[in-house]
Design a protein around this ligand. Structure first.
Ligand SMILES: [Fe+2]
Length: 180
């Protein structure tokens, strides 16, 4: 599968949709980069993985355009079904069965790295109009518990992210004197 052609099509799916910097096509790029950090011990189909990453955001607007496009590119029904399955498996609350789905699901969680991990909820909090105090409270109550990963490689990385984020929030709170 040609990456540029795939990416152009996937970008088209998100066109005119309100996407922030966390959920645009850049998110798919970061996911693929994160796959490199966790995939060394696994055998997987790179075409299916790449397609799942780029359709990760666009599939929410319907499977049909994706299925039609894949058919036009010469993919058979079996391959298309697998790509669609992997794309759904890559989503937040899914329970992935395929290795491609597990790699994408986990890479969606660990994308970026330690600094990006804590940046995400801070940005989202700002975008949805929370105060910094509210965002910090949300982070403390949620992000250290609900980031489930499936592969041991990702679990190790997410633990590092949590550790860094806890330290960061600790500094932030003392510096802005929350709980004064
Ligand atoms: Fe995602």
């Amino acid at each position: 599968m040609d990456k540029i052609i795939l990416k152009n099509f996937a970008e088209g799916l998100l066109k005119d949709k309100k996407r922030d910097i966390l959920h645009g096509i850049d998110h798919s790029d970061r996911m693929l980069k994160a796959v490199d950090m966790i995939s060394a011990n696994y055998t997987y189909d790179n075409d299916i993985l790449m397609a799942g990453a780029y359709f990760h955001g666009g599939i929410h607007y319907g499977e049909e355009p994706i299925r039609r496009w894949l058919t036009s590119r010469g993919y058979n029904d079996k391959s298309i079904d697998k790509i669609i399955k992997v794309t759904w498996e890559s989503q937040n609350k899914s329970i992935p069965e395929t290795i491609e789905g597990k790699l994408l699901h986990d890479s969606h969680t660990i994308e970026g790295g330690k600094a990006f991990f804590i940046l995400k909820p801070l940005l989202v909090g700002t975008v949805i109009g929370q105060t910094l105090e509210e965002t910090i409270e949300f982070i403390e109550n949620n992000i250290f518990t609900n980031e489930e990963c499936y592969l041991p490689e990702s679990k190790a990385l997410i633990r590092e992210n949590h550790e860094y984020a806890r330290e960061f929030i600790g500094y932030l709170k003392s510096e802005i004197e929350i709980n004064r």
